[in-house]
Design a protein around this ligand. Structure first.
Ligand SMILES: *[C@@H]1O[C@H](CO)[C@@H](O)[C@H](O)[C@H]1NC(C)=O
Ligand SMILES: *[C@@H]1O[C@H](CO)[C@@H](O)[C@H](O)[C@H]1NC(C)=O
Length: 156
């Protein structure tokens, strides 16, 4: 009987730690990147949003406020699993989550603000920095996302 109880407890503990490890496996759902300019007419903001569930990247350009002749323009491209995995490899979750929300003085001298937003299962974090600059420790990610954004928005 004692052996049985002991075994039962042991299995319970194992099960609980297994469930815990699954729920703390905090997955990335989407990665977005954009740039915007404050004092600016016309299309002043470009962004991309890559989602893991749909294997696609949504490219968007829009004005800062509704303006005649500048309707928001959106286009969707495929984004294969291999590219997604490469991107994910550039992200240290804990480190990104601990960054300041603002780095430097984005758009202060009308130079534009660039941002990266990562959405996990249980939280979202956006970091805004000076356009053309980088985020220390995430240089590879900044460049990769910037390239995808420029590629997908320049002909919108
Ligand atoms: C990107 O898309 C996901 C899924 O539709 C959405 O939940 C998320 O808010 C979007 N991110 C941005 C920055 O728009
Ligand atoms: C950008 O587009 C060029 C030309 O189509 C392509 O060779 C390159 O792989 C693209 N880069 C990214 C990051 O999508």
């Amino acid at each position: 009987m004692q052996t049985f109880i002991c075994c039962f407890l042991w299995i319970t503990v194992l099960t609980l730690s297994y469930v815990k490890s699954i729920s703390s496996n905090n997955k990335i759902l989407s990665i977005s990147d954009g740039v915007s300019f404050g004092f600016c007419g016309g299309y002043c903001s470009q962004s991309i949003n890559i989602t893991s569930s749909s294997n696609q990247v949504v490219a968007l350009k829009k004005p800062n406020f509704p303006q005649d002749g500048y309707p928001p323009v959106k286009r969707i491209y495929g984004f294969c699993r291999k590219k997604w995995d490469k991107l994910i490899n550039l992200i240290d979750d804990k480190r990104f989550q601990s960054l300041n929300d603002r780095i430097g003085c984005p758009d202060c001298a009308d130079g534009g603000a660039e941002w990266i937003e990562i959405q996990w299962t249980d939280q979202t974090k956006r970091v805004t920095f000076e356009n053309g600059e980088s985020i220390e420790g995430f240089e590879g990610l900044v460049v990769a996302l910037r390239n995808i954004r420029v590629n997908t928005t320049q002909n919108l």
